[in-house]
Every structure is written in C-alpha cells, then in structure tokens.
Ligand binder design. Structure first.
Ligand SMILES: Nc1ncnc2c1ncn2[C@@H]1O[C@H](COP(=O)(O)OP(=O)(O)O)[C@@H](O)[C@H]1O
Ligand SMILES: Cc1cn([C@H]2C[C@H](O)[C@@H](COP(=O)(O)OP(=O)(O)O)O2)c(=O)[nH]c1=O
Length: 202
C-alpha cells in the first residue's frame, strides 16, 4: 500500500512522517525529493532563484522515475506499506504554480499527463491543510517556494486535486498544535491501513 503525505512547506509533513516511524517499523519510509543524486540536482535547482521552471520540472520527474524503480515498486512488490513525505501531488501543485506564467497551456493537466504514462498512483493521500501565511512563517521563507503568495497558488492547486479525487484524500487540519496534528495523522494512517487490509481479504 502506498500512502503519501502532502501539504504546503511548513504544514508539518516531516514532523508527522517521523512520528509515524515507531508504529510501523516494517514500513518503507521515503520522500521526494529523494536523497539520490537526482534529488541533489533538484535541491540545487530549488536554490537557484532564476532556474528555468520547465527544466526544474523535469529534474523532479527524473528523481521520481528513479524513486519509483529503485524504492517504491520493489517495496510494493514485497508487500510493504510505503509512506512517502511528498510524492506526485507536490509536482502537480507546485510546478503547475511555477509554470503558471510560462508559455504552456494548462500546466497542471500537462504535468499530470506526463506522469500518467509511468507513475504509480498513491492508494491514499493525507493532506495537511494549513493557510499559506502560517506555512511560510513556519518554513522560515528560506527559498523561492516559501513565500505566502506563491504558497497560496500551490494551495489552490492542491484544492483542485482534492476536488478531482475526493476519495483519495484525507484532510487533516494542520493549523493546530504539533501533538494534535500528529494524533490526527496517526489515526488516519491506522484507518487507511485497516481498510486496505480488509479490502485485501474481500
Ligand atoms: N503543528 C505545528 N505547529 C507549529 N509548528 C510546527 C507544527 N508542525 C511543525 N512545526 C514546525 O514547523 C517547521 C516545519 O515543520 P515540518 O514538519 O518540517 O514541515 P514540512 O515537512 O511540511 O515542511 C518545523 O520547525 C516544525 O518544528
Ligand atoms: C517533491 C516536490 C517538492 N517540491 C518543493 C517543495 C519544497 O519547497 C521543496 C523541498 O521539499 P521538502 O524538502 O519536502 O520541503 P519541506 O519539508 O519544506 O516541505 O521542494 C516541489 O516544488 N515539487 C515537488 O514535486
């Protein structure tokens, strides 16, 4: 089963992902951008204010392709629970916002289309919902993505993704204390894992 955690920078994904580890010692915990050299290339591009957004998109996609073949597909083939801190929805939400002013029709649909040919859809996605001001403040506004106006665009793209596939998403109010957010994420993961197991028995 593939579970993903999504949300704005500073929504608390990494905090929740770390908190889940002890409860699922057998699971594969992974993330995007990855810690491979493809992921390093992505982080180099994030640090460049003037990086070409289309070139940057394809760095993320290269990292995702490697992540799928090296980590995700083998773990799923072994029957593992896989929990990824960010995954494809991050690309649909962030890179569609980055490409909003590019000479590209319907960027979100374009990015979904490129992935559609080869990716593995998540079974469920937990969306940590926080307002862009709080997100930017928590994240520290250290790079080009962590600005309120940009994060507002990203948030509206996430909302489009949720509207399109409401059954895949579990929304968690991430504006609360870290303890409350972690509890809500732990409950959601436990319910999703149980439901998946029950589904397998049917
Ligand atoms: N619910 C919360 N309330 C306040 N601060 C939080 C909360 N969750 C995380 N933080 C803090 O916000 C920052 C970003 O959290 P992090 O878990 O790395 O978010 P993300 O992975 O979504 O960017 C960290 O300093 C973290 O300690
Ligand atoms: C995976 C991914 C990340 N990002 C961005 C979001 C983050 O600002 C940045 C680094 O991701 P990450 O290290 O997960 O940052 P954070 O913990 O602050 O959320 O990369 C994209 O724009 N597209 C993507 O597909």
């Amino acid at each position: 089963m593939l579970l993903t955690l999504e949300g704005l920078d500073g929504s608390g994904k990494t905090t929740a992902w770390e908190a889940l580890r002890p409860a699922y010692p057998e699971a594969t915990f992974t993330r995007e951008p990855t810690d491979s050299w493809y992921g390093d290339a992505v982080y180099r591009s994030i640090a460049k204010e003037d990086a070409d957004p289309l070139a940057e998109l394809f760095l993320y996609i290269a990292d995702h392709a490697d992540h799928l073949s090296r980590v995700i597909r083998p773990a799923l083939a072994d029957g593992d629970l896989v929990i990824s801190d960010r995954y494809t929805d991050s690309r649909y939400a962030y890179q569609a916002a980055m490409l909003a002013d590019a000479d590209l029709a319907r960027p979100l649909e374009y990015i979904r289309g490129v992935h559609g040919a080869f990716t593995r859809e998540p079974d469920a996605t937990i969306y940590l919902d926080v307002d862009p001001e709080t997100a930017a403040a928590r994240a520290g506004a250290t790079d080009k993505y962590e600005r309120t106006a940009f994060l507002a665009e990203v948030q509206s793209n996430y909302e489009r993704l949720i509207d399109a596939e409401p059954e895949r998403f579990v929304r968690v109010d991430a504006g609360r204390s870290p303890e409350a957010v972690i509890d809500a994420v732990e409950d959601a993961v436990a319910r999703l894992v149980d439901a998946h197991r029950d589904g397998d028995r049917d």
